[in-house]
Write a protein that binds this ligand. Structure first.
Ligand SMILES: Nc1ncnc2c1ncn2[C@@H]1O[C@H](COP(=O)(O)OP(=O)(O)O)[C@@H](O)[C@H]1O
Ligand SMILES: [Mg+2]
Length: 379
């Protein structure tokens, strides 16, 4: 770039270049002639071109004039308003990217200029989904707190009153009093289960995920999935994950239970896998942190797939297609995964449903410190 810092200063926007350079999202600025006058490091990486090369170029040197991105830039200028588009294909001899989301906005300080943010479709979708799950989790914890406060106290009053009435009631009325107490107990149990959603600090340590999976598998194989085949495809060299063992058990148990409930009792098969994935990095919404989530655990089944009408809200509380189902399992999973700063995704089609969990490694030194502590204090 000629001198982008200087450029922003002259345009009355000092500090902007520094700010934009710190963003992990590709951002470029095009002047009124569609010349690149700024590209942040994320954009250089995304476009595969250095700032100094881009500074010599027009947008149409990069992409054919009739493609959708130049059209979007022109729309922004014509309407003097932001325009977004998604699923763009950026294709030219220099560049090939598919599923790109683009957002263009005018810059009041520079008439005719357009700020473009570009995002890889899969990253955009991942972030979007992650945000959704966080929303679902937050909704659930707010509801848990509300229920605990508003329902538990009057409920114990109702139960107590029914118990008192029972003592003086006729035979027929006594039955009704017992019914009131039983139903009150049922509501109390539900509220207590919901209470699992409330916010608690998470204690994490280096956890052997294969040990967790074996535990879950044993519970499944001796109980609700006794009739099913459960297979393992593990990467034995996988390092430990950074998590809370009990909660990881809860997450995986919920996923395996759903798989067991989905598959055909005779031909059902559940496959547990682990693998190391180098690429998975995630920006945490509302934070500058970017976490690396290379440790992948999946639960796969050969059932009929997720029903169309629950797909969009799969991780929301009270979404269920099962008779007598509570629809709390996946909301719980979403909450625990979010607490872990981890990611969960679901891919589903008839015959193959995969829940994929991406987890972090312990921070440097944590595993070692833990090992030392164990050696010092043998169990
Ligand atoms: N492996 C799976 N295969 C098909 N559908 C699934 C699977 N896992 C979850 N679902 C769907 O998601 C819904 C919500 O699951 P969950 O939150 O655990 O609640 P519940 O199990 O009580 O219904 C289920 O009712 C089911 O329709
Ligand atoms: Mg469930």
């Amino acid at each position: 770039m000629p001198d982008s810092i200087d450029f922003f200063q002259k345009s009355g926007l000092p500090g902007t270049a520094h700010l934009l350079s710190a963003l992990p999202v590709p951002v470029v600025l095009l002047d009124v002639e569609e010349r690149f006058c700024f590209a942040n490091p994320a954009a250089e990486l995304f476009l595969g071109l250095s700032s100094s090369t881009l500074a010599q170029m027009h947008l149409t040197d990069l992409l054919p004039e009739d493609s959708r991105l130049p059209a979007l830039v022109r729309q922004v200028r014509a309407a003097d308003a932001p325009v977004s588009d998604h699923d763009l294909v950026l294709h030219s001899p220099r560049l090939h990217r598919e599923g790109v989301a683009a957002h263009g906005a005018p810059l009041p300080e520079m008439p005719g200029a357009v700020v473009l943010t570009l995002q890889d479709g899969s990253t955009a979708q991942k972030l979007d989904r992650q945000l959704n799950f966080r929303g679902a989790a937050r909704g659930a914890s707010a509801m848990a707190a509300m229920l605990a406060h508003e329902v538990k106290n009057p409920l114990s009053g109702i139960r107590g009153a029914a118990q008192l009435l029972e003592q003086a009631a006729s035979e027929a009325d006594r039955e009704l009093c017992v019914l009131i107490q039983d139903e009150a107990d049922r509501i109390r149990d539900l509220v207590e289960r919901m209470d699992m959603f409330s916010e608690r600090p998470l204690e994490r340590e280096a956890v052997n995920i294969h040990e967790v999976l074996d535990h879950v598998r044993r519970i499944a194989a001796t109980g609700f999935a006794a009739h099913l085949r459960i297979l393992e495809e593990y990467d034995p060299s996988l390092p430990p994950v950074w998590g809370n063992r009990d909660q990881l058990v809860q997450i995986l148990l919920n996923l395996v239970k759903n798989a067991a409930e989905a598959v055909d009792p005779r031909e059902g098969e559940i496959v547990l896998t682990t693998a190391y994935r180098h690429g998975v990095r995630l920006a945490i919404p509302g934070s500058r942190e970017r976490v690396h989530l290379p440790l992948e655990v999946t639960v796969r089944d050969n059932g009929p797939g997720i029903a169309e009408d629950v797909r969009a809200s799969l991780f929301e509380p009270f979404i269920t297609t099962k008779r007598g189902g509570q629809g709390l399992g996946l909301a719980m999973v979403a909450k625990l995964v979010a607490d872990h700063g981890a990611l969960i995704e679901c891919d589903s089609r008839p015959g193959r449903t995969v829940f994929r969990l991406s987890l972090a490694k312990p921070p440097a030194g944590a595993a070692l410190a833990q090992q030392r502590a164990r050696i010092r204090q043998p169990a």
